[in-house]
Design a protein around this ligand. Structure first.
Ligand code: ATP
Length: 237
């Protein structure tokens, strides 16, 4: 059984049908990417999956449970967490305070000290910035903090919404390396990306969303060589 199964998802903002028919699966241990132009409905899908937006039609199953319509808090406690687009960290709080807030939603039995040590090892820059206000961090540091904060809830599956958006190329590389390391730690990843090349380099499989629907899916290798993907997203005419 897949870890995440999204079936015929539809989501609207009032009269606007942002997501019409999104279906996808993520198996435990995979890195899966969702590609598509601005406004295709990727962020809306992720938000509906974690209960931040109401599911109008369709089903979301996670880890053997139907989670459609459940509260975000409950979904996070089940082990499904979203790092939203735009690095929504708490700017007036310190790095440490941001991470403690992330831990507030974690399930029972967590060894807080071990988790903290793991975060400091994964994100050494955050260790050096521990007492600094999050709003004073660079864009790349804020993105690392946003991911670290999500990890404090000990997710089985992490949804990442455009983690490389607006970052310098060297920082983008760091973020993609980090995603690969997370998989090594047993965390399954679903990542929405505009950096199609790099996303397909780290992903096992991918989906292409257009006009609110999944129009193409395949292995990363298949998508890389798909004329449709090359034409639309890779600048190969
Ligand atoms: P992006 O990369 O720009 O975030 P996306 O693929 O994630 O693109 P969504 O943000 O999910 O796309 O947007 C899908 C559609 O829903 C777009 O047409 C967008 O204009 C619309 N939309 C998004 N948020 C809202 C909102 N709060 N109210 C009304 N319409 C919205």
């Amino acid at each position: 059984m897949p870890l995440l199964e999204v079936e015929s998802l539809a989501v609207s903002y009032g009269p606007i049908k942002a997501v019409r028919n999104v279906g996808l699966t993520v198996e435990s241990g995979e890195i899966v990417t969702v590609l598509g132009a601005n406004g295709a409905g990727k962020s809306t899908s992720l938000q509906a999956i974690v209960g931040l937006l109401p599911v109008q039609q369709g089903r979301v199953r996670f880890d053997g449970h139907d989670i459609t319509g459940e509260s975000t808090e409950r979904i996070v406690r089940r082990g499904l967490t979203l790092t939203p687009e735009g690095r929504r960290i708490f700017a007036p709080l310190t790095v440490e305070e941001n991470l403690r807030i992330g831990a507030a939603t974690q399930g029972k039995g967590g060894d807080m000290a071990a988790l903290w040590d793991q975060m400091m090892e994964l994100f050494p820059i955050l260790a050096t910035r521990r007492k600094q206000l999050a709003g004073t961090l660079s864009g790349g540091e804020q993105q690392q903090l946003a991911i670290a904060r999500s990890l404090m809830s000990r997710p089985k599956l992490l949804l990442l919404d455009e983690p490389s958006l607006g970052l310098a190329p060297i920082v983008v590389e760091l973020i993609f390396d980090l995603i690969k390391r997370l998989r090594g730690l047993g965390i399954t990843i679903l990542v929405v990306e505009q950096n199609v090349h790099q996303a397909l380099d780290i992903a096992d499989r991918g989906y292409v969303v257009r006009g609110g629907s999944v129009v193409l899916s395949g292995t990363a290798a298949e998508l890389k060589t798909s004329p449709d993907v090359q034409k639309a997203y890779m600048g190969h005419g």
